[in-house]
Design a protein around this ligand. Structure first.
Ligand SMILES: C[S@@+](CC[C@H](N)C(=O)[O-])C[C@H]1O[C@@H](n2cnc3c(N)ncnc32)[C@H](O)[C@@H]1O
Length: 273
């Protein structure tokens, strides 16, 4: 199954580069044995709208198109013994090399470098890239060495396959493409974009189960709201992700003054309103 009506026989569409006129766009290729998982998810919500508008050009290739025998087999037992199966290098390399999906190609696996918001920002500034989803015990190392440029991990956990990691990457990258998020969903002060976690959000009702929305957010004083949010963002990051505070070189005098203005020292209690 494929994402675009103009697909080639091998399951990868022949979309051209996003360098042409029009809004900024990105091509993302995915190699997987479960193309319908990728296509189905990406047809909804923000990614679905991005595809409709031609901002996201998804090119999903079914690795089984290059599988062997009547069953289109993509895996075999591991040399050296052990449990499970391994994805064959001939199948994977044939799928990648015969496709016009965008480069670089990133393998997905727990041993890759951890994907974060910086990676998303860097990829969102490119014309495109492709992701190779493993299954079983993983992909034969020769396929990764020969067909891939780098490897990404979603984090220190083991997934059953690369598809969920691919979808996380596709979504985090695509939402950073200009015009994909409206003003109302702007990502400029989101978690990590400023090196901090985001402040807490509130909507109606103003009081729920005895818990009131902080007074400052209902005050109409926009400058104070902005400072409160900055202070909350700092306090939350200090409490939950001190590594991010270290990364930005600790707290400045301004940071300390801001925290003090709202009676915040560390952790993330919503007070000081
Ligand atoms: C069951 S996992 C293989 C795990 C491997 N045997 C290991 O212990 O490192 C199968 C596939 O899921 C994907 N996968 C699993 N965990 C992942 C993670 N943290 N990040 C990205 N992909 C992951 C990879 O594509 C991997 O080839």
């Amino acid at each position: 199954m494929i994402a675009d009506p103009e697909n080639r026989a091998d399951g990868v569409d022949a979309a051209t580069s996003s360098a042409s006129a029009g809004p900024p766009s990105i091509r993302i290729g995915v190699f997987t044995i479960f193309p319908e998982l990728i296509v189905g998810f990406c047809n909804h919500s923000l990614l679905g709208r991005a595809q409709e508008r031609g901002v996201l050009k998804l090119e999903v290739a079914d690795l089984r198109s290059h599988g062997l025998g009547a069953h289109r087999s993509v895996d075999d037992s591991p040399f050296g013994g052990g449990a499970g199966m391994v994805m064959r290098p001939d199948v994977v390399v044939a799928a990648v090399e015969s496709s016009s999906a965008p480069r670089p190609v990133f393998a997905l696996g727990p041993g890759g470098r951890t994907f974060d918001q910086r990676c998303a920002e860097e990829l969102a500034a490119t014309d495109g890239f492709s992701l190779l989803c493993g299954r079983y015990e993983g992909i034969d190392q020769r396929a990764i060495d020969l067909a891939c440029d780098d490897e990404f991990s979603l984090g220190d956990m083991v997934l059953g396959g690369g598809e969920v990691a691919a979808l996380a990457i596709i979504e985090s990258v695509t939402r950073l493409i200009p015009t994909v998020m409206g003003n109302a969903e702007s990502g400029t002060d989101e978690s990590f974009s400023t090196g901090l976690l985001e402040y807490p959000h509130y909507t109606r009702p103003a009081e729920f189960r005895g818990i009131e929305v902080p007074e400052v957010l209902r005050s109409g004083d926009h400058s104070r709201v902005r400072r409160w949010r900055e202070a909350q963002s700092l306090a939350r990051t200090i409490g939950r992700r001190p590594d991010l505070i270290d990364k930005r070189g600790g707290l400045t005098d301004d940071d300390r003054r801001l925290l003090a203005e709202f009676g915040l020292g560390c952790s993330d209690p919503v007070d000081g309103s």
